[in-house]
Ligand binder design. Structure first.
Ligand code: PAF
Length: 286
């Protein structure tokens, strides 16, 4: 495995690669979820390039950019173990140059003003900016993203298609702890007590899925707002003090809203336990 910091080194190595190139963009603090993406890429592609870059443009002014965990030595071990060929660890100037970026991105408000885009204004503009720059540098054949960030995945698919990037985008199912909590770099912010409460988010997702399955079985048209309101009450009673940012059922293809549970209904949750913002989602059908 080779580790490079500059675009020119990366490009030189990229030219030498034979067969297809898989790409796993990350912000480091790697866990089993990232390792699964790297393993999938290593099993499907001739070579796998992983980037580790905590992208400043996707963090709001009061968010956790400064304290975002930076664990490079451990990350490199994990990349090696999972089968990465090249790890790209650029500094900010390597990606954005000096001074204010000349080109910025604005994601369409349809998709960027809902769910995480509503509570994190500008977040997806920053994600699209860095991922498109990384795609141009790495020139991957296939790029792998976790379904835990389902809205991000939907936005990147649209960006890749709109900008005609010759790359296939693959979503990989969320990796969970034994108790159901979705693996996330931010889980390490949780105190032991918060950590013990956090799996209730998964429990509530499962509960909503069960409701959707029974509704389908009984051929009932269940209004989504009732299911959402009941699930909010349930989560608030299971996790005292939780601050739910959103709990919404939307269609998984275009993230639009329906009145009733439909065939491709998907539930999305973001909530603060203590100061830690956790997100999760699940396909529930209907
Ligand atoms: O999902 C992430 O870790 C980041 O949003 C990404 C895709 C690496 C862009 O910085």
């Amino acid at each position: 495995m080779q580790v490079v910091k500059s675009v020119s080194e990366l490009r030189a190595l990229r030219r030498e690669l034979k067969g297809s190139a898989g790409f796993v963009p990350t912000m480091g603090a790697l866990h089993e979820g990232h390792m699964e993406l790297i393993k999938r890429s290593a099993s499907e592609c001739g070579s796998t390039i992983v980037s580790i870059f905590v992208n400043p443009t996707q963090f709001g002014p009061n968010e956790d950019f400064a304290k975002y965990p930076r664990t490079l030595d451990d990350d490199l071990k994990k990349c090696e173990e999972a089968g990465a060929t090249i790890v790209f660890t650029p500094e900010k100037e390597e990606i954005y140059g000096k001074g204010t970026p000349f080109i910025t991105f604005k994601v369409s408000s349809d998709i960027a003003s809902i769910l995480c885009g509503k509570s994190r204004p500008g977040h997806f503009d920053g994600v699209v900016q860095v991922v498109s720059i990384l795609f141009n540098i790495v020139q991957p054949d296939i790029a792998f993203f976790g379904e835990k960030d389902f809205q991000q995945l939907a936005i990147i698919r649209k960006m890749a298609s709109d900008l005609h990037f010759p790359v296939k985008i693959k979503g990989i199912p969320t990796v969970r702890e034994k108790d159901g909590l979705a693996k996330s770099s931010r889980n390490r912010y949780l105190s032991p007590e918060e950590r013990s409460l956090a799996p209730n988010i998964y429990k509530v997702l499962e509960y909503i899925k069960q409701k959707a399955v029974s509704a389908r079985f009984d051929r009932l048209a269940v209004p989504i707002e009732f299911v959402e309101a009941e699930a909010v009450r349930k989560l608030e009673s299971l996790v005292p003090g939780i601050r739910i940012d959103y709990l919404e059922i939307r269609n998984s293809t275009d993230l639009s809203k329906s009145r009733f549970l439909v065939k491709d209904s998907h539930v999305f949750i973001a909530a603060y336990i203590g100061n830690t913002r956790l997100i999760d989602n699940m396909f529930i059908g209907g």
